[in-house]
Design a protein around this ligand. Structure first.
Ligand SMILES: Cc1cc2nc3c(=O)[nH]c(=O)nc-3n(C[C@H](O)[C@H](O)[C@H](O)COP(=O)(O)O)c2cc1C
Length: 182
């Protein structure tokens, strides 16, 4: 069983939550593709990315929530990698039925994702839109692991120690999910 993690964080050197999650997972069999390290110039190697996806049985999309979707680097990655006749189209079912785990860090509170609150809508509305390429490719989202309140910026009321603790719990949930689905 081959497990691939695609990290969409635009700059892991400035990350607390995603960096901590990735380091918790570094001693496991999960193969990580860190898009910010692979493509600091945003020039995606489409064939290499497609091959990595084809070789995987379970794919984890790991990203911080930016404006209720994935960061621009991961958007570009989806735009370029999920092509006609690869991810969709008459001969484009190459990713069909591959298992997907969404692993998302959020700065906001869970309560803020509701009508008339700061983030307006239930989080699932945003995620459904964000996962359009994954659904178009007929992939199978088996789990969504989402942790709120992972803001570590002190000026914004963040608490780095709390984020580190949440990151550890988040990683444990990823490992439990993998055990279930791989
Ligand atoms: C440009 C930008 C947009 C953000 N938008 C959201 C958002 O819409 N909802 C949310 O919960 N957090 C939002 N955040 C907070 C990030 O999700 C949070 O800082 C991140 O998950 C922490 O992970 P990191 O330490 O690995 O960067 C945003 C942060 C940035 C920089």
């Amino acid at each position: 069983m081959s497990i691939l993690l695609v990290s969409g964080h635009p700059d892991l050197q400035r990350s607390v939550a995603n960096q901590a999650i990735l380091s918790e997972l570094s001693a496991t069999e999960i193969q990580c593709r860190l898009l910010d390290k692979l493509y600091p110039d945003y020039q995606i190697d489409v064939l290499q990315e497609q091959q990595a996806l084809l070789a995987a049985d379970v794919i984890i999309f790991q990203f911080p929530l930016y404006w209720s979707t994935y960061p621009a680097l991961m958007k570009l990655w989806f735009d370029e990698v999920f092509t006609y006749n690869f991810a969709f189209g008459p001969n484009g079912s190459q990713l069909k039925d591959k298992k997907v785990i969404l692993s998302i860090t959020c700065g906001a509170t869970a309560e803020s994702y509701a009508p008339e609150q700061f983030n307006f809508l239930d989080i699932n509305h945003y995620l459904q839109a964000a996962m359009h390429p994954v659904n178009a490719a007929q992939m199978d989202i088996v789990d969504t692991i989402l942790t709120f309140e992972m803001n570590s910026t002190p000026d914004e009321g963040g608490d780095q120690q709390q984020v580190m603790q949440l990151a550890q719990q988040h990683s444990q949930r990823i490992l439990a999910s993998i055990q279930q689905y791989s």
